[in-house]
Design a protein. Structure first.
Length: 179
């Protein structure tokens, strides 16, 4: 593969990663918009996380991982990961402020990456990763939590839930015509 092709692949990787994260955020935003403030603090059971906890955790993770991404360890010394899992009775406005702050940190970092950065080495908890590996690690991690957010929002919304994708029984409307 030529250097020009490598550059194109690296640029494409960065753009596709940004798009994947934007898609995840959009799903979670649409799901959370369907809930009342008090529902942000509800959990299915004692072993499950509320939206409040999931947002706090993702906020802490995003700030830790994406701040000074290329130059410092992705697990910052001042991060209180255990504290992220404690319900603090934060209001919806504050939770959504933190949600946006975390995502803005991620997007600013990814949008600042250059194709020449994708094979650089970064560390997370002292473990070396290429930028590609570190980004993919977070795609997986945030996809996992966004899935939890959507599931919890759907459960809490009950009959008032507005689907985020093709509604049941509506798939035929999205099929291409037969040839």
């Amino acid at each position: 593969m030529s250097q020009e092709q490598q550059f194109e692949v690296a640029a494409h990787f960065i753009q596709e990663s940004i798009q994947a994260f934007r898609s995840m955020k959009k799903l979670a935003d649409k799901a959370m918009a369907q809930l009342a403030e008090e529902q942000f603090r509800l959990a299915l059971d004692e072993a499950s996380n509320s939206l409040e906890v999931l947002i706090q955790h993702m906020h802490g993770n995003m700030l830790s991982r994406w701040t000074d991404f290329l130059t410092t360890d992705g697990e910052k010394a001042d991060r209180d990961r255990d504290g992220e899992f404690e319900a603090g009775h934060l209001g919806r406005e504050e939770l959504l402020r933190r949600w946006e702050q975390g995502w803005n940190t991620l997007f600013c970092t990814l949008e600042g990456l250059q194709p020449s950065d994708v094979l650089r080495t970064v560390t997370i908890r002292g473990e070396a990763h290429t930028v590609i590996q570190a980004v993919q690690r977070q795609v997986s991690h945030y996809g996992y939590h966004v899935g939890q957010i959507v599931f919890l929002c759907k459960h809490l919304s009950g009959a008032s839930w507005q689907t985020l994708s093709i509604a049941r029984g509506q798939s035929k409307a999205f099929k291409p015509p037969a040839r």
